[in-house]
Each structure stands twice: as C-alpha cells, then as structure tokens.
Design a protein around this ligand. Structure first.
Ligand SMILES: Cc1cc2nc3c(=O)[nH]c(=O)nc-3n(C[C@H](O)[C@H](O)[C@H](O)COP(=O)(O)OP(=O)(O)OC[C@H]3O[C@@H](n4cnc5c(N)ncnc54)[C@H](O)[C@@H]3O)c2cc1C
Length: 442
C-alpha cells in the first residue's frame, strides 16, 4: 500500500494509556505497513504519572523515568508530533494543535493540522480547583513533569532559606499542606516526610523535623482514602500519624492563601507550601470539542467499545473518558490500571476495525488498590484472580505489597520496552543503586 492509502490512526496524548497504545500499534500495524500511526503530545518527553509525587519529593532522580517520544517512536514504527491539541473538526476529520512556545514565549513549532481516519483521544486529567479562590495562584499541582520538577526546586530552596536565614524559622515557613486525602495526597505526604528527613541528614542539621516541619493532609470527607475500604484507610491514617503527619478530615477548604489554607469553618492551616490534590477533571478544551457528549468533569462519554457516543471513528480512553462499568454500577475509575487495560483492548479493536470485524467491548477488572507510603510501608487490598484463592478482597502489606505496587509500573515498562530491555534495566539499576544519591539535591 502507498502511504496515501494507509489507514491513519492519530492518538492524542502519550501518557499511561496513549504511549502504550502507540507503541503496540506501531510495533504491529505500523511495522507491517497496514496503518500509519501518529502520536501527538504537548510535551517532548513522557513520565509515567504515578511517579510524579516521587519526582516532586526529589526521591526519583531526573531524568530517571523520563522517555523521549522521538527516540521511542523511531524504534517502534510510529510518528511523533509535538503540539497541544485544542480543536477538532469532525467534518474534515482533522485535529488542530496550537503553536508550541518555549519558556520565553517564543514560538518554535507553528500551529498545525493532522488528518485522521481513526482518532483516539487519551489526554488524561488535570487538577480540579472547583473554583475555590486562591488555588490557582498559591498551590502546586502534580499533573505534569514540569510541575513536579518545579515543586522539587521550591522545596529545596525553602529548606535552604530556612537554614541560612538569621531569623528563627517562623510558623508555617516549613509547613506543607496537602488538599486531598486520596491516594495522591497520602503518598505525597509520606514521600515528603521521607525526603525532608533525608534533606536534614544531608545538610540541615539546625532543623528539627518534628518541631519545624509540619505536613498536613486536609479532606472534606470524614476519612482519608474515602474510595477504599475502611480498614485500609484506618491503617494508612495510623501510619501517617505515627510519622507525625496531621490529618484533618471533614474540613472543606474555602480559600488558598500565601500563608496557608483557610477552611469553611474559618480555621487557618498555616503552611507556605500548598499542594492541590483534591480532585481531577478532564482538560477544559474537551468540553467544547465539536459536539461530542461530555459530563461535568469534561470527560467524553463513550460506549463499552470506547467509541464516542456521537462519532464511531473517535475513541476515547483513560482518565478523560466517561466509560460505563459492564455491570452498570458506575463508571470506570480514573486509574493507571484502567488506562493500561483499555490500551490493550484498543490494540485488538484497531485490528478488528481494519478487518471489518465487530469491535470488542471493555470490561474493567479491578485488581485492587495499593498505597505506598515511601520507604515506610505499603498496604493495600488485592482483588481479582490472586485474591480469589483467599477471599474476594485480600489485605496485604509489607514487602509483598511493595512488590505488587511496583509491578504496575513494571507492566507499563514491559508494554513500552519488552521483557529483555526491562530485565536489563532493572539489573543495571540494582547494581548502580549504591552509588547514586537517594535524593535530588540540585
Ligand atoms: C501523583 C499521582 C500518583 C498516582 N498513582 C496512581 C497509582 O498508584 N495507581 C493508579 O492506578 N493510578 C495512579 N494515578 C492515576 C494515573 O496516573 C492516571 O489514572 C493515568 O496516568 C491516566 O492515564 P491517561 O493515559 O489517561 O493520562 P495521562 O497518563 O495523564 O497522560 C495524558 C497525556 O496527554 C498529554 N496531553 C494532555 N493534554 C493534551 C493536549 N491537549 N494535546 C496533546 N497532548 C495532551 C499529556 O502531556 C500526557 O502525556 C496517580 C496519579 C498521580 C497524579
């Protein structure tokens, strides 16, 4: 087939789901010359999002965990195009990207248009500030690698200032308040406690972790991890309190200020470092995207085949999709394991579509949830085949839980690089671990 005749699959968003899909479609249909696979992303590099709290805390050293789309695309027979998609024209089957600019605002890639036969949208989610005053101005977010890097730099500078100033540390100066007691907020709090301890060990002998550094998690629900079993939530809360992390539940944040969060009850939680991890929504541009159905969180509505309700040539998956659960009990949760499963199904769907066969339907399999509290502990509940041998839900902790937690990232790496490369990289990391610093200090 000539290039003009090839079926053009355009994937927008190379995150946990989109990059796995582009890799596998490239290695299959792209390599066999059966379709032209193009991935468009707003960034030049990919970082698996569940690692961002480690990047923010400085415990994952940059550029570790970062992958160049250009290099990866060439090795896996797909094209990569840099650009932020902002518009869709279904009549002409075209997506449009805005011009890409550098930090100074200078344009280095012009606005462009890309034609498709099949479009797959996987642009993930961003933090939802729910319109609360001050959040955008004063809070840090963990939606993108740059934000996590910026937070890490901020943390380091805040500590440097505290130990080099002549005045004593004032209340809230080393306070870190995290809005949101979900998995992201909880894991970040534990990771920050660990990195604060390491920082003090390296440089800051004058700082006392218990007296000067206060980490607080605030959540409007009556317990942290409200979406997970109560037993798990209680276990995690106990561990966090043991570390000296404050948990404020049943408290609604009314305002974010330079000196802390103000709750609806008028209470100020003093902290000069604020993080917003209290809910997500799909990117705003999806709300207006050429007549496709979407919900209040901007997620595009899809059928169990992951096709949009209004256009069968457009598929949506991952965090930005509103996908019904097979039993009708709700929607597929926005999680990396869902994006991974959906990417695997869409590899089959594209083959079926090209061959004119019926498309498979997506069934979410919940393998459970694991909460990793840095090096302190990992706890969770497993479901699916493994747990069925014992009970419908198996509570795990310690080394075994940590292994299962790490396996989710390994599955992502396996989908991207294959068994041989992942095994070799894992071995190399184990061998060089001793000589690497445990914290990013620059
Ligand atoms: C700190 C943290 C910890 C987490 N931990 C876990 C965990 O332990 N387990 C779990 O299951 N889930 C976890 N999650 C959730 C998980 O990361 C997401 O569910 C998952 O990444 C969703 O995958 P996705 O492919 O839909 O989107 P993403 O992985 O977010 O990827 C979206 C991609 O789209 C690109 N993009 C966005 N907008 C545009 C645009 N307009 N044009 C072009 N490109 C665009 C982005 O650059 C990005 O590459 C965590 C999330 C965070 C933030």
């Amino acid at each position: 087939m000539t290039t003009e005749q090839l079926h053009r699959v355009v994937i927008v968003g190379g995150g946990a789901g989109g990059l796995e899909l582009a890799t596998r479609l490239g290695a299959g249909l792209g390599r066999a010359g059966r379709a032209e696979i193009t991935l468009i992303d707003a960034s030049l590099t990919h970082t698996w999002k569940p690692l961002l709290h480690e990047v923010a805390a400085g415990t994952l050293n940059a550029p570790e965990g970062q992958l160049s789309y250009l290099v990866h695309a060439r090795a896996h027979h797909f094209q990569f195009r840099l650009g932020r998609v902002t518009r869709l024209d279904r009549a002409t089957r075209t997506v449009h990207t805005d011009a890409t600019r550098d930090d100074t605002g200078a344009e280095f890639v012009p606005a462009r248009s890309f034609s498709y036969d099949t479009l797959i949208i996987a642009v993930g989610s961003v933090a939802n500030d729910f319109g609360i005053p001050g959040v955008m101005e004063h809070c840090h977010f963990l939606d993108r690698r740059e934000q996590a890097d910026r937070f890490q730099q901020h943390l380091l500078r805040t500590f440097y200032t505290a130990v080099t100033q002549t005045a004593p540390v004032h209340p809230g100066q080393l306070g870190i308040a995290i809005a949101g007691g979900g998995a992201t907020g909880v894991e970040l709090a534990a990771e920050l406690h660990h990195s604060a301890q390491e920082l003090i060990g390296y440089l800051f002998a004058g700082i006392n972790i218990d007296r000067h550094i206060k980490i607080t998690i605030i959540d409007a629900a009556n317990r942290i991890l409200p979406g997970l079993p109560e037993k798990l939530s209680a276990q995690v809360a106990e561990e966090l309190r043991r570390l000296g992390i404050d948990i404020l539940t049943g408290e609604r944040i009314a305002q974010a200020r330079a000196d802390g969060f103000l709750t609806a009850g008028g209470r100020l939680i003093p902290a000069e470092t604020l993080v917003w991890a209290a809910g997500i929504k799909a990117p705003d541009f999806l709300a207006q995207i050429d007549g496709l159905d979407c919900n209040r969180s901007n997620q595009l509505s899809v059928l169990p085949t992951l096709q949009t309700t209004r256009d069968k040539d457009i598929f949506v998956f991952g965090d930005c999709a509103e996908c019904p659960l097979a039993d009708g009990s709700g929607m597929v949760p926005p999680r990396a394991q869902a994006a991974h499963q959906q990417a695997s199904m869409l590899v089959k769907s594209m083959r079926c579509k090209l061959e004119g066969r019926p498309l498979p339907v997506y069934r979410y399999v919940d393998y459970g949830s694991l909460i990793n509290m840095s090096r302190y502990s990992t706890v969770g509940s497993l479901m699916g085949n493994l747990a069925r041998y014992w009970s419908p839900r198996l509570f795990v902790e310690g080394f075994f839980a940590r292994l299962v937690y790490l396996s989710l990232y390994k599955m992502h790496l396996l989908a991207l690089h294959g068994v041989v490369n992942v095994t070799l990289t894992t071995l190399a990391n184990l061998l060089t671990r001793r000589t690497r610093p445990r914290l990013k200090l620059h």
